[in-house]
Design a protein around this ligand. Sequence first.
Ligand code: F3S
Length: 289
Amino acid sequence: MEIRLAECAGFCFGVRRAVDTVYEQLEKGKTIYTYGPIVHNEEVVRELAEKGVKVLENKDALKMLPNCKAGEESAAVIIRAHGVPEEIYRILEEKGLECIDATCPFVKRIHKIVSRQSEEGNHIVIVGNPGHPEVEGIVGWCRGPVTVLEEPLEAERFVLPNDRKICIVSQTTFNYNKFHYIVEIFEKKGYNVSVVNTICSATEERQRSARTLATEADVMIVIGGRHSSNTRKLYEICSEECANTYFIQTLDDLRLELPKTVRLVGITAGASTPNKLIEEVQNYVRINF
Ligand code: F3S
């Protein structure tokens, strides 16, 4: 029996980079805070908490930290891959805290675009989930009027309050087709629109490689957090192609009974699933079947 991991599975480039940054900083023996949980995976966050990493849940928690005076050993605050509003950098500076910026470069690019475009007087439209930290971060880099929307109906109802140009960007994980549909609505309205497609290909590649593997596999195992929407999506895709698809959060959830006829077991994992967990599942299947 063969066990095969999907070509793209688990952490994307930006999240891996952020998690690695936390481990690197831990080795330096500093007091480490992350602004928000570094990744949406309870296991990873718990493991880091055991090593002493503290999570700052919001701006108020950051403001409560004691100021650091010149010459004192400072605590380091790590900005996670989703990025944060510009204001957070200002607060860190005022407090004299060391800022270690692990914002994904693809997200940083969006910050630069909206900052420049709004400085030029353009109205920014962000296509994405207004409650998502990445979108909140992008809003915090706009220097003028900004609208966040995620549904075509909201685009239909949008009325530009002045004669500015519109610059449209998207949340990095937004659905590509839906983004284009929304852009078309804006274009049909006759506004002067410039569009920057800032959707990251990591999600799409993970989904594509999960589907490819699921079409060949007799059994598929999808690993990821219960509340992770991208893992649920992977599960849906794999179930369409492979009737024996299992969704597990940790190895403890895996109750596999594999008949002798099974030739290929495929494994994929959501964006917040650490490599260690993927390897554990791979080894378990290898040893037990
Ligand atoms: Fe990941 Fe960065 Fe893309 S955090 S999903 S590689 S934008």
